[in-house]
Each structure stands twice: as structure tokens, then as C-alpha cells.
Ligand binder design. Structure first.
Ligand code: 26V
Length: 807
């Protein structure tokens, strides 16, 4: 392709504005300009996408189908321009046309089609799969409303709808000619004819699945992949037979049922509710995907018998688990294969990643829900379950193991066991987590089929999460570590270690951080209406709000610091600014109370003159990808303080490390691997280890004792009861930690880790007083972070699970 200059882009943008909005450059609003930019880049990617598809077909390559109910994409304009190598030209073109590039970028809404880590991981992997030139497609639902927008009103979370498509749909390309039909309800008729057993699904309701494709550009490659988002439509606006009988409302029911499927992303990320709509979402996107992949395969190869050689479905947690019975159904009912042939193909084309060990998040569906909504899938599940159960019995001859490994049991369908039975690989997302799967959660399955179990430690898109969002640091790395080599070879970052004692380099690093802090303070003033003190340590905890992540432990420590300051208001101290960002699932009452508490505490501290220039607490509203992109480069301390054994991996931890923040953390998830790379001396580790947590719980954990014994802890906890100047008492949170109510007190062992946490924070602050030491540690963190690039993780999937080649 001819080189694209800013002039070419100016011409293309002008033309788009005329053709799509009937507007001149002078008349165009920022929003129109943002859309025009998206459309111009989309055109370029569309051409490449066609070429990529032709190549994949011609060379008969094996393809990866990454199935996930969530893709937390965030913004795409800057990212796509960056990957296409056009970011400087686009900036220039916008300025030349009289627009502020930064304003245009900031106008783009986040595509928040995900809750948190699991969805963001899928987005990072799409980037890496494309950059590594792996033929891959992501599949999900084209939710009309993404994750809710959070407002804080009087200290409390209020949820507002996220209408992202108003502007964000510029990236979507509807492909109505590739619509699939998905069938719900009805009944199954079976009969014998011509010596064959026939199965017919009758009286079902049809929902149309219409693909809306989003192109994914790779970095320094023409290879282009697709994120296929299925939109749900009813085949007819009304049921004419009911309509003509005068049943007007009833006539529109099917229509409403169909279209509600793609209405909204479920905002619960750690708790499953057996909701029929959620099941319908899952089957809708699974069935549409399997049909569309099989259709393309048939077009290319004329048979499905080699399906597993050319396709692999990666299922992101169990949410797409119905891919297993759906593929079986299609191979048997539609393609006429035998059960054994179909099972061989299925169990050689599905791989499962587990993302949590929390029992409340393990999917189990009431069997009657499946029976009613998916009658044919239910039959297939029963057969899979029976055969699996027999295999387990023959292997173990142990009824407790049969029960533990069962797929259908006690009126429920257990999706993780289905994935283990029907998949060729099962992996966890960090060394510790994969070990827990083998030793604990899935120990019996591991005992029977150990070869299926693997680990792939998570990774992040370092081009987005370092180079794109932290241009100052990017420049330093290019100067020191071999130019842009690290962008495709992230371990080149390790060359930074050569400069550990170079005072000039360390000085530059600290100036970059200082600039980023000032830039964030500016952003926070504009968008959050808070004034941050850039002389203070930026100590940050941003992630979904969950008790196991222990935001409340962070808050208790801050209460202690405040109480110490009250005892001695003249005390000189290193100023600290504690920043929080977190959304709580709307139905998770305790999480919402913790948000309220943090806001009450912030209100108290920020209004107390003794805290001026010493202590500050800020709850950032509406934490999301685009806010993370501003905040992380400015952060100095990364709080990763989950109860050991609970956080499967964490990926925020990696983003902070890569941007030179130092971690205060427990030995949990990928923190363990960070610690392996960094040693005790380059992070602030504290707290019980995973095995100690288990032992303590087995012995009988008594938080009341800690409350009685430790006066500092007791005083902080008592403050929860008293509350703060807004007069709200947090006695309920106190009870949850100390006395327990309907559950055991302090499930996540905050009290057990409190003293160690305070000590770690103290070490951190002491180290901060020595800038040379701090900057050296920061540089070392960046240097060691290459291991956490998604490119490494995706290459491991490609080599050990998918068996596909890559760049
Ligand atoms: C569960 C459910 C239950 C039903 C409603 C919707 C929903 C959505 C998500 C989930 C599973 C959440 C699991 C999850 O997000 N795990 C996170 O995955 C990250 C990527 O592997 C990992 O870094 C985090 O440690 C882990 O908590």
C-alpha cells in the first residue's frame, strides 16, 4: 500500500464527512470527526481483513475461535492508528483540519463489553493473536448496553445505562448476509426411517443472530483478525396469526424475547444466578458461532470430518461451555456423524481456561431451565454426562469421586466438569492458580487425565499498556533498550537493568513519573473535580470491588494512619494520596457498603485540616479502561492485596509493574511470579501464603482474638462503628469482620494480615524517602516485566494448546 501521509488522511476524512454526514470539515462536530476517523481506519482494515481471510483459506490454516461472553475493548481509535503505524499522521491530520487530536480521542466511548479482568484479557489476547499473525476470531454478543456507568452520589454508587453504541458503533460492520438462526424451546420428535434414527426439533422459537464485525489490526503486520459480535433480532416484528386474532400484545412477545437477548451485559462478575436470560445469551452466541464456523469449514473442505484439524474453540471460563453439546448436535443431527466420531472431533477442538476458584462463581445451571429452553441440547448433555460418569466409575470405583466429577447431579448441570470432560486442555491463569486446580478444585479430574492440565500465566498488551499510554517511558526505553525492538520482543526490556546504577537514567525515570502524575492531576481536576497533590505518593488500588480483593484492608490501614495523625497532628510525614477506583455488582450489598465507607473516609480526611498536604483519599468515579490508561502511568504504588489463593492471576498488577509502580502485595496469583522475577528486595510483600490461609481456616480462625489483642487494629475497627463526619455508621462491616452474623466472621482474613500489611506500607514509605533506591527498584520492575506481555502468553497457547504456528 502506498504510504499514508497526514495529507492522505486529511483527504480521506474530508471525503467521509461529506459522504456520511453531508458535512464539510468546517461544519463537522468533534463527534462527527471521531466517527469519520473510525470509518477511514475501518476501511483500511477491511481491505487487509479480506486479504487475511483469503490467505487463511488458500493455505488451509488452522484457526482459533476465542469465545468469550466479554471483550472489554475500551477505546479503539488511538489503538488502531497506533497498530496501523498511523498515529503521528492522524494526529497531524486532525490538527491541520483544525481539531484537537486529544479531544477527538477522548470523545470516543469505551466499548465496555466486559466486567473486569476476564474481559480485558480477551481484548489483550485479540491484539496479540493478530500481531503474532495467528488466524483468530473473537466471538461474543453485541450488547446494546455495556457495563453500567457509575456515579457516586452522596458517597454511594448509582448505576446508569451505558449507551456506548451512539458513537462506538462506527467500528462495527454488520454482515446481515451471514445471519444464523438460533432455536429455543419447543419439543423433540424422534423416529426411525430408512434404518436411521432421526431427531427433529419442532415448535421452537427462532432468534436471528446477525454478525457485527469489528476489525482487529495487528502491530507491524498486515494480518487482520475479526471480533464477531452477534446481535439478536426477531425474524418478524409481530406474530401475524396472533395479531389478526386481536391478541396485539401477545403478538409482539416473541419479538421482545428475541431482542432482549443482546440488550445488556450482566454486571455480576463473581456470583452466578440461574437466570434464564443469561442462559439464553450463552446458547445464542454459542450456537450462532458454531454454526457459522461449521458453515465456513464446509465451504472450504466439503466435510466436517476434519473439523478438529482446522479449528479450535478456546472457551474463556465456562460461559461458552455449551459449545460442547452444540457442536455434538450439529455433527450428529445435521452432518449425520456417529456419536463416537462426533465426540472425537469435539474433544479435539475445545480447550477451556478457568479464571476463578471462588465456588460462588462456578457455573451450575438448574437442569429444568436447560430442559425447557434447549430440549435437544439437554438430550445431548444427558448422554455426555452418562458416558463420562461411567468412565469415572470404571477408573476410580469411588462414589464420592463420581459425585465430585459428575456433569449432571442433584438437578444441576455443572459447566466446569462439562468443559473438563469435553475439552482437550484445561488451564489456569497463573502458576499458583493452575496448581490449585490440580491439587484442589479439579484434583479428581487431574488424577484421571493429568495430560489435559496446563498453566498459561496471563499477560497484557504491552503496546497499549506501556508504549501507547506512557509516551515518556516509551521514549526512554527506545533510547536505552534497542529502539522499538521491545514492541515485538518484550523481553528486550531487560536491557534496562544495565542502567540500574546510572544516576542520569534514574533521574529521567523519576521526571517521567512526575510529569505523568501532573498530567493525571490535571485530568482528575477536569473530569473528577478533585485536586490531587502531585508531591504525595500516588498509592493506587483499582479493580472490581470484591471482599476477597480486600479494599477494606486498605481502608483500615488508612484509618490507622489518620488516627496516628490525630494523636500527633504536628507529625512530619511523607505525603500520601490513596486512590481507589472500583465498580460493585449492583446486587452485591456489602461491596456497595465498602464503596460508601471509602467515600465517607475520603470526605473526613480531605476536610480535616490536620491532613492537609499529608493524607488524601480519593475515590475515582466510573473506573474503566480509559481511566486506567490515564492513571496507571502516574501510579507509584500498586495495591495487590487479595487473600492468598483467591485471585486467579490479576492483570492490573502487571500493568502497574510495567509502568514502574512498585507493588505492595500478597503472594497471590501472578504476584507470585512477579516475586520470582524481582525478589523480596524489589517489592513489598506481606501476609499469609495460600497454604497458610488453608491451614489457618482448617485450624479454626478466630478474628475476635486478634481484635482483642491488637490495640491498633481494634481502634481502626471501632472507627467503623463510630463512622465519620457524615454520621454514617459502618457497624455492619465491623460485624462482618469481627463478630460475624449469619456467616463466619472475616472470611477473607483481613485481621490476620492487618499488622503485616501496615508493616509493608511502612517499609514502602521508608523506601520512598530514598529516591535513588526507589527509582532503581522502579527501573528494575519495568525491566523484568517483559514476561507479562500477552505476546508471550498467546505464544504459549499457540504452542501448547492450539498447535498453530505464529510469527
Ligand atoms: C462469572 C460470572 C458469573 C455469572 C455472571 C457473569 C459472570 C462474569 C464473569 C464471571 C467470572 C469471573 C472470573 C474472572 O473475572 N476472573 C478473573 O480473570 C482474570 C483473567 O484471567 C484474572 O486475572 C483474575 O484474577 C480473575 O479474578
Amino acid at each position: 500500500m502506498a504510504t499514508v501521509t497526514s495529507k492522505t488522511l486529511e483527504g480521506a476524512l474530508g471525503a467521509k464527512l461529506r459522504l456520511n454526514f453531508g458535512s464539510t470539515v468546517e461544519e463537522a462536530t468533534d463527534a462527527q470527526m471521531m466517527k469519520a476517523c473510525a470509518l477511514v481506519l475501518r476501511d483500511m482494515m477491511a481491505i487487509r481483513e479480506v486479504e487475511t481471510k483469503q490467505m487463511v483459506r488458500r493455505e488451509e490454516k488452522r484457526q482459533v475461535h476465542y469465545m468469550s461472553l466479554e471483550f472489554l475493548m475500551g477505546r479503539s481509535l488511538m489503538k488502531n492508528a497506533y497498530n496501523l503505524g498511523l498515529l503521528p499522521q492522524l494526529r497531524q491530520a486532525l490538527e491541520n483540519l483544525g481539531f484537537r487530536a486529544a479531544d477527538i480521542f477522548e470523545l470516543e466511548p469505551d466499548a465496555a463489553l466486559g466486567n473486569g479482568g476476564l474481559g480485558r484479557l480477551a481484548a489483550c489476547y485479540l491484539d496479540s493473536m493478530t500481531t503474532l499473525e495467528i488466524p483468530a476470531t473473537g466471538y461474543s454478543i453485541c450488547y446494546e448496553l455495556g457495563l453500567f456507568r457509575q456515579k457516586i452520589i452522596e458517597g454511594q454508587q448509582v448505576e446508569l445505562p451505558d449507551n456506548w453504541k451512539d458513537l462506538g458503533d462506527a467500528w462495527l460492520m454488520p454482515k446481515p448476509q451471514e445471519t444464523e438462526e438460533v432455536h429455543f424451546g419447543g419439543n423433540i420428535r424422534e423416529f426411525w426411517a430408512d434404518g436411521y434414527h432421526h431427531v427433529v426439533h419442532e415448535n421452537y422459537q427462532t432468534v436471528l443472530a446477525i454478525p457485527c464485525d469489528m476489525e482487529i489490526a495487528g502491530y507491524e503486520t498486515r494480518h487482520t483478525n475479526t471480533l464477531r459480535l452477534w446481535d439478536a433480532k426477531s425474524p418478524s416484528p409481530v406474530d401475524m396469526s396472533l395479531f389478526s386474532q386481536g391478541e396485539y400484545l401477545k403478538a409482539t412477545e416473541a419479538h421482545a424475547m428475541a431482542e432482549v437477548i443482546a440488550k445488556v451485559l450482566y454486571p455480576e462478575d463473581k456470583h452466578i444466578e440461574g437466570k434464564s436470560l443469561r442462559l439464553k445469551q450463552q446458547y445464542f452466541f454459542v450456537s450462532a458461532t458454531v454454526q457459522s464456523v461449521a458453515r465456513r469449514h464446509l465451504e472450504t473442505y466439503g466435510t466436517l470430518k476434519n473439523f478438529h484439524e482446522k479449528n479450535v474453540f478456546q472457551v474463556n471460563d465456562t460461559h461458552p461451555a455449551l459449545v460442547i453439546p452444540e457442536l455434538m448436535r450439529l455433527l450428529i443431527d445435521d452432518a449425520g456423524l456417529s456419536w463416537d466420531e462426533a465426540w472425537y472431533i469435539t474433544t479435539h477442538s475445545v480447550a477451556y481456561t478457568n479464571h476463578t476458584v471462588l465456588s460462588e462463581a462456578l457455573e451450575r445451571w438448574p437442569q429444568d431451565l436447560i430442559q425447557r429452553n434447549l430440549p435437544r441440547i439437554w438430550q445431548v448433555l444427558v448422554e455426555i454426562s452418562n458416558r463420562w460418569q461411567k468412565k469415572v466409575e470404571d477408573f476410580y470405583h469411588d462414589s464420592t469421586k463420581t459425585e465430585d466429577m459428575a456433569i449432571i447431579w442433584g438437578g444441576q448441570v455443572r459447566m466446569a466438569n462439562l468443559c473438563i470432560a469435553g475439552g482437550m486442555a484445561v488451564n489456569g491463569v497463573s502458576g499458583l492458580h493452575s496448581g490449585i486446580l490440580k491439587k484442589d478444585l479439579f484434583r479428581n479430574a487431574y488424577g484421571m487425565e493429568p495430560w489435559k492440565f496446563q498453566n498459561v500465566t496471563n499477560g497484557i498488551d504491552h503496546r497499549r499498556w506501556l508504549s501507547e499510554i506512557n509516551p515518556g517511558l516509551d521514549r526512554l526505553i527506545r533510547d536505552l533498550a534497542g529502539g522499538d525492538e521491545y514492541l515485538l520482543h518484550p523481553t528486550a526490556l531487560s536491557r534496562l537493568d544495565d542502567y540500574a546504577d546510572d544516576a542520569e537514567v534514574l533521574q529521567r525515570l523519576s521526571e517521567i513519573k512526575r510529569k505523568n502524575k501532573e498530567a493525571f492531576a490535571d485530568y482528575a481536576r477536569r473530569t473528577q473535580d478533585v485536586v490531587l497533590n502531585p508531591d504525595a505518593i500516588f498509592d493506587v488500588q483499582v479493580k472490581r470491588l470484591h471482599e476477597y480483593k480486600r479494599q477494606l484492608l486498605n481502608a483500615l490501614h488508612i484509618i490507622t494512619l489518620y488516627q496516628q495523625l490525630q494523636d500527633d497532628p504536628g507529625r512530619s510525614m511523607q505525603p500520601q494520596t490513596f486512590l481507589f477506583g472500583a465498580k460493585a455488582a449492583p446486587g452485591y450489598a456489602v461491596a456497595k457498603r465498602i464503596i460508601h465507607l471509602i467515600n465517607s473516609l475520603a470526605d473526613q480526611i480531605n476536610h480535616d485540616p490536620i491532613c492537609k498536604d499529608k493524607l488524601q483519599v480519593v475515590f475515582l468515579e466510573n473506573y474503566r479502561v480509559s481511566l486506567a490508561e490515564q492513571l496507571i502511568p502516574a501510579s507509584e504504588v500498586s495495591q495487590q492485596i487479595s487473600t492468598a489463593g483467591k485471585e486467579a492471576s490479576g492483570t492490573g498488577n502487571m500493568k502497574f509493574m510495567m509502568n514502574g509502580a512498585l507493588t505492595v502485595g500478597t503472594l497471590d496469583g501472578a504476584n507470585v511470579e512477579m516475586h520470582d522475577l524481582l525478589g523480596d528486595e524489589n517489592m513489598f510483600l506481606f501476609g499469609l501464603h495460600a497454604d497458610e490461609v488453608a491451614e489457618l481456616k482448617a485450624r479454626g480462625y478466630l478474628p475476635q482474638r486478634l481484635y482483642a489483642r491488637d490495640p491498633i487494629l481494634r481502634r481502626a475497627l471501632d472507627q467503623l462503628k463510630t463512622g465519620f463526619r457524615d454520621g454514617v455508621s459502618y457497624e455492619d462491616l465491623f460485624a462482618r469482620l469481627v463478630t460475624g452474623s449469619n456467616c463466619a466472621a472475616d472470611e477473607y482474613l483481613l485481621l490476620a494480615d492487618f499488622a503485616a500489611y501496615c508493616a509493608a506500607e511502612k517499609r514502602m514509605v521508608e523506601t520512598y524517602a530514598n529516591p535513588a533506591e526507589w527509582n532503581r527498584m522502579s527501573l528494575h520492575n519495568i525491566a523484568r516485566s517483559g514476561m507479562f506481555a500477552a505476546d508471550r502468553a498467546v505464544a504459549e497457547y499457540a504452542d501448547h494448546i492450539w498447535h498453530v504456528g505464529h510469527r
